[in-house]
Design a protein around this ligand. Structure first.
Ligand SMILES: NC(=O)c1ccc[n+]([C@@H]2O[C@H](COP(=O)([O-])OP(=O)(O)OC[C@H]3O[C@@H](n4cnc5c(N)ncnc54)[C@H](O)[C@@H]3O)[C@@H](O)[C@H]2O)c1
Ligand SMILES: [Zn+2]
Ligand SMILES: [Zn+2]
Length: 362
């Protein structure tokens, strides 16, 4: 089976043959149809997020169940599924307190002494990235990584719900709970930020301000629901947002992954505003917050995968899609093949694409 393997950090993908183990009792093997290119994998490629190599990246996939372990009841061969990296065990403190996206119980992984899920003909162990390793023709995952979806959806399109929608929309609906009429600023009009914009529109936010340094990204955001756009390559983003809102926004969402934009997200808040940092900042970085902002009861919070409960969130998002409220197609700039993955990431880095999706032609 073919996969894009990463052997060095920073590095490039090489297409290699890999082997998946037989499913354990709670594991499922899925034939991949769509696999989205998220910026988080680009952080790994660039060496900003350390990860053991060799590995297969990719964590935003859809596909068809091929084979299930003997304890799996939730899905059967032939079912259509979307994967989300927030694998939950279902019985730890985080899972039972309504935060299954924060589950870190290692029992959903294979232990160090068990045969690995992914290897190759030479017997080399290949680490699984984000519980998924989706830049491959097939994946082997714990059953609690999957949500079953209706077969009428185009799998090459809805793959991006698995990270971009779950994260960007979840940041608005779950992590922050934006109320109708509230003012919102989204920094970064990529796959994550554009979903945050759509969620803010669906939530009935008042002003929805998109901020990006790439002016080419602003039009799509306006089309998807932004009421105002700030070109941060030529304007001071904080001043512009303060001016548009007459003092600062109620909610800001950093969807870039830089310390500077995380600080801007805090600085553009009004009194009692909340900044939600969705972007993954470089490992080990620190952020400074103004003391004045703390006195004004501004909040600064993290966000892991949109605080999702993906088995109930993704069906809700598909319902928005059915009703024409969520535009998924507009988020997909390009459909590519597995062999084009290095160029796909180069285009993301150059700012030419929102989401590219690898579509497998089995
Ligand atoms: N918290 C989570 O669980 C989670 C999940 C998925 C992705 N992420 C992170 O979210 C971030 C966005 O991911 P994406 O896939 O949407 O990336 P993307 O590359 O598609 O989008 C990033 C956008 O930010 C813009 N940008 C760059 N520098 C900027 C600046 N200084 N000011 C304003 N805009 C700027 C770019 O032009 C681009 O439009 C990444 O850091 C990614 O790792 C986090
Ligand atoms: Zn992602
Ligand atoms: Zn758990």
């Amino acid at each position: 089976m073919r996969a894009a393997v990463l052997r060095e950090l920073p590095g490039e993908f090489a297409i290699e043959e890999i082997t998946l183990a037989d499913p354990g009792p709670h594991e499922v093997r899925v034939r991949i149809v769509g696999s989205g290119l998220c910026h988080s994998d680009l952080h790994v490629l660039k060496g900003a997020l350390p990860y053991p190599v060799p590995t297969v990246l990719g964590h935003e996939v859809s596909g068809v169940v091929e084979q299930v372990g003997d304890q799996v009841r939730y899905v059967a061969p032939g079912d259509h599924v979307i994967a989300c990296l927030s694998t939950f065990c279902g019985h730890c403190r985080e899972c039972l307190s309504g935060k299954p996206h924060l589950c870190h119980n290692p029992e959903t992984l294979r232990g160090e002494h068990e045969p690995p899920r992914i290897s190759n003909a030479g017997g080399e162990r290949i680490s699984q990235f984000a519980n998924i390793s989706g830049f491959a023709e097939e994946i082997l995952v714990h059953e609690h990584t999957l949500v079953k979806i209706d077969q009428r959806y185009d799998l090459g399109t809805v793959a991006i719900l698995g990270c971009a929608a779950v994260t960007g929309m979840g940041a608005v609906f779950n992590t922050t709970q934006v109320e109708a009429g509230a003012t919102v600023a989204v920094i970064g009009a990529g796959g994550i930020g554009l979903h945050a914009v759509q969620a803010a529109r669906i939530a009935g936010a008042g002003k929805v301000i998109i901020v990006d340094t790439n002016p080419g990204k602003l039009d799509r955001a306006r089309m998807l629901g932004a009421t105002h756009a700030v070109d941060a390559s030529s304007t001071d983003a904080v001043e512009a947002v303060r001016e548009i809102t007459g003092g600062g926004v109620d909610y800001s969402f950093e969807c870039v992954g830089l310390v500077g934009t995380a600080e801007q997200a805090y600085d553009m808040l009004g009194w009692a505003g909340t900044a939600t940092i969705v972007g993954v900042l470089p490992a080990g970085s620190k952020v400074s917050l103004s003391s004045l902002g703390l006195f004004q009861e501004r909040r600064f919070q993290g966000c892991s995968m949109g605080s999702n409960r993906f088995r109930s969130d993704i069906p809700r998002y598909l319902d928005f899609y059915d009703r024409g409220l969520l535009d998924i197609e507009a988020m997909i700039s390009k459909r590519i093949t597995l062999d084009e993955i290095n160029e796909g990431y180069a285009a993301l880095e150059r700012g030419e694409t929102a989401r590219s999706v690898i579509v497998f032609d089995h």
